[in-house]
Design a protein around this ligand. Structure first.
Ligand code: NDP
Length: 434
């Protein structure tokens, strides 16, 4: 821990995975002799760089840029870019570490990586965001490529930012290397369903969890935290499958609408106006707005879908959810539940879908975008959606089976960690000490 001091999120992610792997390492001593554990927790490469840009008033601003190239055993590094003031090496290492196993679980040939900046896009003009993205890419371009490292979006990085980043990459390289970034616009190599993929995939996964217990989403009351990309499309799919989403949130507070969240209003506020969720009550006066972003978990529900950020459900919130009758939790955000919170759910018999399995639909669809780019083809919405659904069903099956194989039936946290790990470990073993 000394060499990774001040990186609590990274420690948390590693601890959870390694605890699950104890029975695997007992059964496979060859992983120990090949030094797999020591190597898998160390990123292959970490890049930190200066990102200078000029704001609209003419003032020079400096942010810090990062790319953590974590593991390339099964494919080029792949993972999103996060623009948020909280970004630091420890957070990106936790995300890159998790990404390695998640990408393995998709069954597609992609390694793990993550990056971003402490830049805060909130309140910035389009021109400021563009100048920032151009400066960021002016350094990043030399480290990425369609066979090297393929970034995408994450918190604070959506279609607008990916467009600006791609434009600058193309300009510097003088090459139309479409597969270097995913989450692109549909006019320049983007894939249909990519925008919806993480949220839709989460709900396909949830649906499998429920079906396994003879249940369905129809008529269920659902909480979906956040109101960004993952939250919006998780809400959309829950509604399509007959569930009722009664609350969404942002980092300031949450909205409770007993009649069911009106998604068109949320999309207008968040996707078009880039506003705050508190504005929802202007359009729906019967709904309630409360400040404080974790209060959402005090609302009684059947199902909770945390889709905002890491560690948003702690032990206390988990206990309240269980007490209020919550039967299933599926993680749309990365590591939204603390280790203590996860324990509460597992001990209470709540169905629990961990992030690296449940939210893998986004990166899986990004890999499908890469495939279409290299084939120079564009699949239809229905084709991509069917592939996404199939991938999520397989992730559920493989995670369930891995848990069962190691005597941990029903524990998808352990199952996902084991299934994701074994493929990467086998590839690392075969490739020698590198
Ligand atoms: P967005 O930026 O689109 O939305 C993030 C949402 O979460 C916003 O509502 C935001 O509120 C809220 N939020 C962010 N940070 C905090 C915080 N510190 N405290 C409280 N609320 C916060 O991001 P995404 O929807 O893309 O990502 C959400 C989560 O899903 C992240 O954990 C991400 O890593 C994960 N994820 C995303 C994937 C994707 O394809 N986009 C794929 C897999 C995982 P506010 O507007 O107030 O900041």
């Amino acid at each position: 821990t000394e060499r990774n001091a001040n990186e609590p999120e990274f420690h948390q992610a590693v601890k959870e995975v390694l605890e699950s792997l104890v029975p695997v390492l007992d059964k496979h001593p060859e992983y120990i002799s090949a030094g797999i554990v020591e190597r898998i927790v160390e990123p292959e490469r970490q890049i930190i760089f200066r990102v200078p840009w000029v704001d609209d008033t003419g003032k020079v601003r400096v942010n810090r840029g990062f790319r953590i190239q974590f593991n390339s055993a099964i494919g080029p590094y792949k993972g999103g870019l996060r623009f948020h003031p909280s970004v630091n090496v420890g957070i990106l290492k936790f995300l890159g570490f998790e990404q390695t196993f998640k990408n393995s679980l998709t069954g597609l040939p992609i390694g793990g990586g993550k990056g971003g900046s402490d830049f805060d896009p909130k309140g910035k003009s389009d021109n400021e965001v563009m100048r920032f993205c151009q400066s960021f890419m002016t350094e990043l371009y030399r480290h990425i490529g369609q066979d090297i490292d393929v970034p995408a979006g994450d918190i604070g990085v959506g279609g607008r930012e990916v467009g600006f980043l791609f434009g600058q990459f193309k300009r510097i390289k003088n090459a139309y290397e479409a597969g270097v970034l995913t989450g692109k616009g549909l006019t320049f190599g983007g894939s249909l369903v990519r925008t919806q993929a993480t949220g839709y995939g989460l709900v396909y996964f949830l649906d499998e969890m429920l079906k396994d217990k003879g249940m369905s989403l129809a008529g269920k009351t659902v909480l979906v935290s956040g109101s960004g990309n993952v939250s919006i499309y998780a809400t959309e799919k829950v509604q399509q499958l007959g569930g009722k989403v009664v609350a969404v949130s942002d980092s300031n507070g949450y909205v409770y609408d007993a009649e069911g969240i009106n998604l068109a209003t949320v999309k207008r506020i968040k996707e078009v106006e880039r506003g705050r969720i508190s504005e929802y009550v202007k359009a729906h006066p019967k709904a309630e707005y409360h400040t404080g972003w974790t209060g959402i978990w005090t609302i009684p529900c059947d199902i909770a879908l945390p889709c905002a950020t890491q560690n948003e459900i702690d032990e206390n919130s988990a206990k309240i959810l269980v007490k209020n009758g919550c039967k299933a939790v599926a993680e749309g955000a990365n590591m939204p539940t603390t280790l203590e919170g996860t324990k509460v759910f597992l001990d209470s018999g709540v169905m629990f879908g961990p992030a690296k399995a449940a939210n893998a639909g986004g990166v899986a669809t990004s890999a499908l975008e890469m495939t279409q780019n290299s084939m120079r083809l564009a699949w239809t919405f229905e084709e991509v959606d069917a592939k996404l659904k199939n991938i999520m069903v397989n992730i559920f099956k493989n995670s369930s089976k891995a848990a069962e194989d190691y005597g941990l039936k029903g524990n998808l946290v352990a199952g996902a960690n084991i299934a994701g790990f074994v493929k990467v470990a086998e590839a690392m073993k075969a490739q020698g000490i590198v």
